[in-house]
Design a binder for this molecule. Structure first.
Ligand code: HAM
Length: 423
C-alpha cells in the first residue's frame, strides 16, 4: 500500500495552496463581512430564515440534479466513505436545501418556506479569474409556492443585496424555459434546426445536440454564435400556463421598477430549471462569462430527488465575484489601540495594561524587542487609531503616553484613566 505521508513535493519547495482555491486575507475580510452582513439583514427583512447544510452529500443527490450538466459530468469532487458509498463535496446549495426541507420536516409547516444559506461550494473547474474550485455562495430558496410573485420577489432580493454591497450598473437577464408540457416540443424544433448544421458546431455542441440540446443556446464559442442567432426562441413556444406565468413575472418586475433584458438564449448551466430563469451580470466585468448570480424556478427538482412534487424558486450569487467588485470604503479607517513598550523587561506591565485597555477598546500588545521607531511603523501599517507607549518610568509612575494617530496629539495618562480616555 502506498504511504500517503510520502509526498512527491521535494522538501525544499514551500507548500502552496491547491489550484483554484484562495485565502481570504484579513485586509479583505472587512468587505466579506459587509457582504455577509447585508445578506443576513436583507434575507431576514424579506422573511427568510437561515439554514446550514453539510458540504458533504451523497453523490446521488447531485447526480439527480441532471446527469448531463457540466457540473455533474466533469466538475465533481467525489470520494468514497469506508463502506464504499460515494460522497461528493457539494457543487451548489439548492439540492441540499431541498433535501433538508423534506428531511427536516419543513414541508409539514406553513408554506412556503423561505430559506437562505451562506457557505462554500466545490467545483473542479479549470481555475481562472473569478472561477475557483472552492467558492462561496449566498443562496436563497423559496420552497412550496408556484406563484409568479415569488419569482419576482426573489429577483428583487438578489438585486437589493447586490446594491447593498455597493454594486451598480448591473443587468438582469430574464427568460422562461417552459416546463415538461411545452419544452419537449420546443427541443424537437431546436434539434431539427441544428441537425443539418451539426458539422459547423464546436465539439461540445455536437455532444449537446444529442445529450442536452437546450445547452446549445448557452455556448460561448465563436463558431457557434451565428448558428445560435437563427435558432428558434423558446418564449415563442411556451404553453399557455408557462406564458401566463412569464407575463405575470414581467408585470410584477415592471411594477417593482426593476429593469430587465429579455434574453431568449439564457438557459443556465443546471438542468433542474422550469419556467423563469434569470442571471445577474456586470457588463463591465466579464458579463455572462462571470455572472454574479443566477437562479430560477425548479418545480421538478423535489420529485427528481424522490420527494413529493413541490414547486420552488431561488438564486445564488458568488461571494468571491461580488466582493471583488465591492468598494473598499470603511476598511481603511484607523481603529483600536496598539500598546508598545519602550525598553526591556516590560512584558508583565504591558500584559496588565493591555487587559485594562481591552475593557474599553480593541487592544494589540506588541511584546517584541524591536526599536520604538519600528513599533510605531507597525502601528501605522496596522491602522491603529491610538498608540500607547509604556516606559520603565511609566511602570513606576503607573502612567503611559497616549498618542492619537489621526490627530497626532499626545498626552501622559494614568493607567486607570486609560479605559475612560479610549472608551
Ligand atoms: P450557478 O449559476 O451555477 O447557480 O452559480 C451561482 C453563482 O455562483 C454564479 O453566478 C457565480 O457567481 C458563482 N459561481 C459559480 N461557480 C463558480 C466558481 N467556480 N467560482 C466562483 N464563483 C462561482 C447555482 O449554483 C444554483 N444553485 C442557483 C440557484 C439557486 N438556482 C435556484 N436556486
Amino acid at each position: 500500500m502506498s504511504d500517503p505521508t510520502q509526498g512527491r513535493v521535494t522538501p525544499s519547495a514551500p507548500i502552496q495552496a491547491a489550484p483554484g482555491v484562495r485565502d481570504i486575507l484579513p485586509d479583505e475580510r472587512g468587505r466579506w463581512r459587509r457582504a455577509e452582513g447585508a445578506a443576513h439583514r436583507l434575507s431576514r427583512a424579506y422573511g427568510y430564515r437561515e439554514i446550514v447544510t453539510p458540504v458533504i452529500e451523497y453523490l446521488d443527490l447531485v447526480v439527480r440534479v441532471g446527469e448531463s450538466t457540466d457540473i455533474v459530468q466533469k466538475e465533481l469532487f467525489v470520494f468514497e466513505d469506508r463502506g464504499g458509498r460515494r460522497l461528493v463535496l457539494r457543487p451548489e446549495g439548492t439540492a441540499g436545501m431541498v433535501r433538508a426541507y423534506f428531511q427536516g420536516g419543513l414541508n409539514q409547516g406553513p408554506q412556503p418556506v423561505r430559506l437562505y444559506l451562506l457557505g462554500p461550494m466545490f467545483r473542479g473547474e479549470r481555475p481562472q479569474a473569478g472561477r475557483y474550485r472552492q467558492f462561496n455562495q449566498f443562496d436563497v430558496e423559496v420552497i412550496g409556492d408556484a406563484s409568479a410573485a415569488i419569482d419576482a420577489e426573489t429577483i428583487e432580493l438578489s438585486l437589493r443585496w447586490l446594491e447593498a454591497c455597493g454594486l451598480r450598473g448591473l443587468t438582469l437577464q430574464l427568460n422562461s424555459i417552459g416546463d415538461q408540457s411545452c419544452r419537449p416540443a420546443y427541443l424537437e424544433r431546436l434539434v431539427e434546426y441544428y441537425a443539418p448544421l451539426a458539422e459547423r458546431l464546436c465539439p461540445a455542441c455536437q455532444r449537446r445536440l444529442h445529450q442536452n440540446p437546450l445547452r446549445l443556446l448557452d455556448c460561448k464559442e465563436r463558431q457557434c454564435q451565428p448558428l445560435k442567432a437563427g435558432a428558434p426562441d423558446i418564449v415563442d413556444h411556451l404553453c399557455d400556463e408557462c406564458a401566463d406565468h412569464f407575463d405575470a413575472v414581467r408585470r410584477l418586475l415592471a411594477e417593482a421598477g426593476i429593469d430587465y433584458q429579455l434574453n431568449p438564449q439564457l438557459v443556465r448551466g443546471l438542468d433542474y430549471y422550469t419556467r423563469t430563469v434569470f442571471e445577474l451580470q456586470d457588463p463591465a466585468h466579464g458579463g455572462a462569462q462571470n455572472a454574479l448570480g443566477g437562479g430560477g424556478r425548479y418545480d421538478g427538482l423535489a420529485a427528481a430527488l424522490g420527494y413529493t412534487p413541490t414547486p420552488a424558486v431561488g438564486f445564488a450569487c458568488g461571494l468571491e465575484r461580488v466582493v471583488a467588485l465591492m468598494p473598499a470604503d470603511g476598511e481603511e479607517r484607523a481603529s483600536g489601540l496598539f500598546l508598545v513598550g519602550d525598553g526591556p523587561g516590560l512584558e508583565p506591565a504591558l500584559a496588565q495594561l493591555g487587559r485594562l485597555a481591552r475593557t474599553a477598546i480593541d487592544t494589540t500588545v506588541d511584546y517584541t524587542s524591536r526599536s520604538l521607531r519600528a513599533k510605531m511603523r507597525a502601528a501605522d501599517r496596522l491602522r491603529a487609531r491610538y498608540v500607547a507607549i509604556l516606559s520603565p518610568a511609566g511602570v513606576t509612575a503607573r502612567t503611559v503616553t497616549l498618542r492619537d494617530m489621526v490627530t497626532g496629539d499626545q498626552e501622559e495618562v494614568a493607567w486607570d484613566q486609560v479605559p475612560e480616555k479610549l472608551g
